[in-house]
Design a protein around this ligand. Sequence first.
Ligand code: G3I
Length: 353
Amino acid sequence: MGAVVVLVAAVLAWALPEPDGAPRGERPGLARAHGIALGTAVAVDPLGGDTAYRELVSGHYTSVTAENTMKWQYVQPERGTFDWSGPDAVVGFAEERGLSVRGHTLLWHNQLPDWLAEGSLDAGELRAVTREHVDALVGRYAGRVTSWDVVNEPFEDDSPRLRDNLWYRALGEDYVAEALWMAHEADPEAKLYVNEYGVEGGGAKADALYELAADLLDRGVPLHGIGFQGHFVHGNVPEDLAENMRRFVELGLDVEVSELDVRIPEPVEEEDLAAQAEEYRYVLESCLAVSRCVGVTVWGVTDAHSWIPEWFPGYTAALPFDGDYTPKPALAGMVEALRRDRRPRGARGRGVR
Ligand code: G3I
């Protein structure tokens, strides 16, 4: 009898509508039914102390990415001294709520500790500390973090040239392959990604990424996927997103939209939010239209947590929840895409989570 009451209560809780009209749990359920991850980037502070934030994450998403706390600056602030408090909090929360975790990120030119950023290590030392870092981080979460952004933003901001970062300077262009091998050795099961921005539509930078990916695969390097970040400006979302992702799939790769947001210039009007919903719907539909697009992750939980206002003054409202944690039309746009496309679970590639 008690079990029946619990079951009925659980079903009612699942079915109760939320402010946007979608039943509680519909989005994760729909995403799982499609075999894609619907993710969000999370920050450690609200994850620790903000119950509404935690509920919002696990009530609407199936996957999390650590927005900052797995970056080198936080994980290894001093050489040889590791701080696992943030990454453990993210992975622990995800496990408690049944969410998968994208690991972000191993080699990136930003958010490095001073001891590494100053660039005083020679090639041998840099190789050794990189291996040590990758072993420690990827190894610690082996089997618990599904995929890693092994190299983040390897190309220059506005050009198709490999970025002149500290690994490129010391090790040459093959540092990308070296890093992928290191991550593979630390967790042979993890899906390994190159993650980049400004490559979501076709163009010289996307072509250069394609050439890099093709070359790595030709040489048997363990590259499994490409993350297309997806930091879009409202009104300027590329129309060839699916087409561009598809050519990478044809190489044998999984693809994801890994850091989606759509920033709007102030002042934000109702009609902007309605048009933004169409843009979110379009991105979800693009992913669903590509056989091995394994997920879409939005870059932050609410507009109060978004990186946009700090980095792009004059722009705001980039995410599917507003600063009061209220769902915006963008959330409904994603749901609409998920409701429309009802391909069965299992229709996707090996990156399904
Ligand atoms: O850690 C300090 C903290 O000690 C201090 O009290 C606080 C005061 O503002 O700042 C904290 O640092 C901030 C850090 O995020 C952690 O919260 C920096 O100011 C802030 O600029 C930094 O921004 C992050 C940015 O990467 C750094 O480049 C954003 O939150 C994060 O969303 C963003 O994420 C990147 C992806 O990793 C890669 N793709 C692009 C994306 C957007 O830049």
